[in-house]
Write a protein that binds this ligand. Structure first.
Ligand code: CA
Length: 229
């Protein structure tokens, strides 16, 4: 059956467990539930959930044991959201040891919990760029032909000024570059106009947003997938 994701809810408090299970079922998830470590481990043996909503204080032990077992069996393919009592720093620290992805305090609303589940599921989906046979997903600058190749395979013809802007930016992804270093002849006054025009050119041919953004008080930063060598 089609569902939005397979969630294992581990919670020994019946009212909270039922709320979580009912809500997630109503929102389109497949849901398994357990109230003890033992039942959780048995469920993990039988099938791999996409993520586990995990209470820590369970009647027969600590939920961390469930997290550790899930990591051992399925590695990072299982998302782990730990439900902790408010301000429970010790549990958070312990959870970090087994690689929990998200920590939520117990009075988090069901809607927020659902949003966290969806975000985490998106993050866990294997990205297309991990697949070597897929088409290129990174931005590529051809500074000989003055072209920018977009991840969806479009070609954006560039001016010399645009090449001068993109080259240092793309050489150091995610590191802000000073305006003066991105402007030919060090004339930052015109840079914003150059960038605006380049944005429009990219938006006209590609469904990917332009891979750079302004950094307040500094300059610009390349935000796309790093160019593949
Ligand atoms: Ca509990």
């Amino acid at each position: 059956m089609q569902h939005d994701g397979h969630v294992l809810v581990v919670e020994d408090e019946p009212a909270l467990r039922i709320d979580l299970v009912d809500y997630l079922l109503a929102r389109g998830f497949r849901v398994d539930q357990a109230a003890t470590c033992r039942d959780s481990l048995a469920l993990l043996e039988r099938s791999k959930p996409d993520l586990i909503l995990l209470d820590l204080a369970l009647p027969d032990g600590n939920g961390l044991a469930v997290a550790a077992a899930a990591r051992q069996r399925y590695d990072l393919a299982v998302g782990i959201i730990m439900l902790t009592a408010f301000g429970d720093e010790a549990h958070r620290l312990a959870g970090r040891g087994v690689g929990a992805d998200i920590y939520l305090v117990k009075d988090t609303s069901l809607r927020e919990i659902e949003a966290c589940c969806r975000n985490l599921l998106r993050r866990l989906q294997p990205s297309p760029s991990a697949n070597a046979t897929s088409p290129p997903t990174a931005w590529h600058l051809d500074d000989m032909l003055w072209q920018l190749l977009t991840p969806d395979g479009s070609v954006v013809p560039l001016t010399a000024t645009e090449v001068a802007f993109l080259k240092p930016l793309m050489a150091a992804p995610h590191i802000a570059q000073k305006r003066a270093d991105l402007s030919p002849g060090g004339e930052p006054r015109n840079l914003d106009a150059v960038v605006l025009r380049l944005r429009r050119k990219i938006e006209a041919v590609s469904s990917h947003p332009p891979p750079f953004k302004a950094v307040y008080g500094s300059g610009y930063v390349f935000t796309g997938a790093p160019p593949q060598s």
